[in-house]
Design a binder for this molecule. Structure first.
Ligand code: ATP
Length: 518
């Protein structure tokens, strides 16, 4: 973990965003608890996703399916047979890795070498530097590029053909060392099913094996008919759901990026066969717009087209975000043909078809899905919001502050009400009165401990967009000072306007409007 990432993890704990699960028992690996601030931010992200998918699209409705599902579900979906990761152990360090991830990290290292060459050349050539030309002509950059292409192609072949031996050989041929110990003493590659199982039933010996769902999507597919019939939806239409999913990840590192219990926000869009590419494009663009609406700079987001597609998919792309440990998948958008409904139709013996009035025919609809991890989204927002900057202190000298520059509509606390000093009853009374009124409208905090400067810092550290300060003048003119977190601007406004000013700047409505969805 880089130092800056370690600071973010420490900050999340200190300010009640994220705690290690069961910490008093030394924690449980790859499981985390959200604290008082964390739960509010998480709820706000989920709310923004839900509103932009369900509320803004007339033809998308939501469900909340159970985590437990009939065991046949997971045979039909392919998870029992194929939800595996290839694992490899290092015989010296006894550490376990995902074999494909070791190769991907090796590829990233080569990409890093290309980036270094580009940086060097850019410095040398200054304004005349043409990156595309350099990459096309420079022999070393070309060699690295060729190496990347060859390794990627072999990795894709091994993964597609389930060629575990080939994957092991690739790791050996590339001389990939254990990232921790540096040893190259590897075991063979084996498959490892990622589903957690438990038992249903009270009679000993007669328990049925159940799985904890590894994705929420299957709850949508099995409810396809229920929703289609009860909403009388016309194709194209979508079903959305958020909820917990569980995966026995081989390596769970990087804080809440890869957890064994996590939350997904998924939407399956059912379309007429042949129309899927149109909707795939729509959802790619819409989902990217969603991320950009939150203020994420374009350079921190990118599309990553899948080079090798699952046998049932005809297009797939990831939206990647630049985490402190590099660009990684944040969300997947997949065109999955009629595979899922087709398989459930086959395994359940029930017709999962749609009668298209316009075409006057029945068919199994095609599906375009968008799937994002709520926890990963949380991490993306937290890492980009966390900033250290300098602000003038009470004496006008520059002093350091830690601030979470979260989008105001997602910030856990919308405003804090602060009496200028604590020992003056008139001030605390007035401030309490304002706070007690504002709490009906927003998540607010009242704080009277410590100097005003320290209280501002505390609110900056949790990302509160507005602080309202009540001073002696307030008692005379019924005005308060409102301080904005990022610009540090301060204005006097009448108490009667505080609610509307804070609402205007923190409401989700404007954020939703910026999406311009139909
Ligand atoms: P990865 O390649 O990182 O394992 P995936 O391709 O298996 O992810 P999907 O099955 O497409 O992921 O799941 C959709 C989304 O769910 C991902 O884009 C990610 O945001 C989230 N997600 C998947 N696995 C985890 C996990 N173990 N912890 C947190 N979020 C996860």
């Amino acid at each position: 973990m880089s130092d800056s990432f370690k600071n973010i993890v420490a900050h999340s704990k200190e300010y009640g965003y994220i705690f290690q699960s069961s910490e008093i028992y030394d924690g449980l690996s790859a499981t985390y608890d959200y604290g008082p601030m964390g739960v509010l931010l998480k709820n706000n992200i989920r709310d923004f996703w839900w509103k932009s998918m369900v509320q803004l699209h007339d033809n998308i409705s939501g469900i909340d399916a159970a985590i437990f599902m009939h065991p046949k579900t997971w045979q039909a979906s392919g998870h029992v047979d194929a939800f595996n990761d290839p694992l490899i152990d290092n015989k010296d360090s006894k550490k376990r890795y995902r074999a494909d991830v070791l190769v991907e990290e090796h590829i990233e290292k080569i990409k890093g070498k290309i980036a270094k060459e580009v940086k060097k050349a850019a410095k040398r050539f200054g304004d005349d530097f043409d990156e595309a030309k350099f990459l096309a002509e420079h022999p070393r950059a070309q060699r690295y590029q060729k190496e990347i292409e060859e390794i990627s192609a072999e990795l894709a072949r091994c993964m597609n053909d389930n060629d575990l031996e080939g994957l092991g050989k690739l790791i050996e041929d590339l001389g990939i060392p254990d990232p921790v110990s540096g040893s190259r003493n590897w075991t063979e590659v084996r498959q490892f099913n990622l589903m957690f199982s438990t038992q249903l039933g009270t009679v000993a010996g007669k328990e049925a094996k159940l799985y904890l769902r590894p994705e929420t999507a299957q709850g949508i597919f099995v409810n396809f008919l229920n929703v289609a019939n009860t909403t009388r939806a016309r194709i194209p239409f979508g079903i959305a759901q958020t909820g917990k999913a569980f995966r026995n990840e081989i390596i769970a590192r990087q804080f809440i990026f890869r957890m064994r219990e996590f939350e997904q926000m998924e939407m399956q869009y059912f379309v007429r066969p042949g129309d899927e590419m149109k909707w795939y494009k729509y959802w790619r663009e819409f989902r990217m717009k969603w991320h950009r609406a939150l203020g994420t700079p374009a350079e921190n987001l990118r599309f990553h087209e899948h080079e090798s597609l699952a046998h049932y998919a005809n297009a797939a792309v990831d939206i990647e975000f630049e985490f402190p440990f590099g660009f990684k998948e944040l969300e997947g958008i997949h065109s999955r043909t009629d595979y899922d409904l087709g398989r459930h139709q086959e395994f359940s013996g029930k017709k999962l078809q749609y009668f298209d009035h316009e075409l006057n025919e029945s068919y199994v609809p095609y599906v375009v899905e968008t799937s994002i991890g709520l926890d990963r989204m949380f991490l993306a927002l937290l890492t980009q919001a966390y900033q250290e900057d300098e602000v003038p202190d009470a004496g006008g000298k520059a002093s350091k502050r830690l601030v979470l520059k979260l989008h105001p509509a997602l910030a856990p606390i919308k405003c804090a009400v602060l009496p200028l000093v604590k020992n003056k009853e008139e001030l605390t009374e007035k401030a309490t009165e304002i706070f007690n009124d504002l709490r009906f409208a927003f998540d607010c905090q009242y704080d009277e401990k410590d100097t005003i400067g320290r209280r501002y810092r505390r609110q900056d550290a949790i990302g509160t967009p507005y602080c309202i300060t009540v001073d002696f003048e307030t008692l005379e003119d019924n005005q308060v000072t409102i301080r904005e977190r990022d610009s540090l601007e301060q204005h006097r406004i009448p108490i009667s306007e505080v609610e509307s000013v804070v609402r205007k700047r923190t409401s989700m409505t404007n954020l939703l409007r910026s999406l311009n969805a139909k």
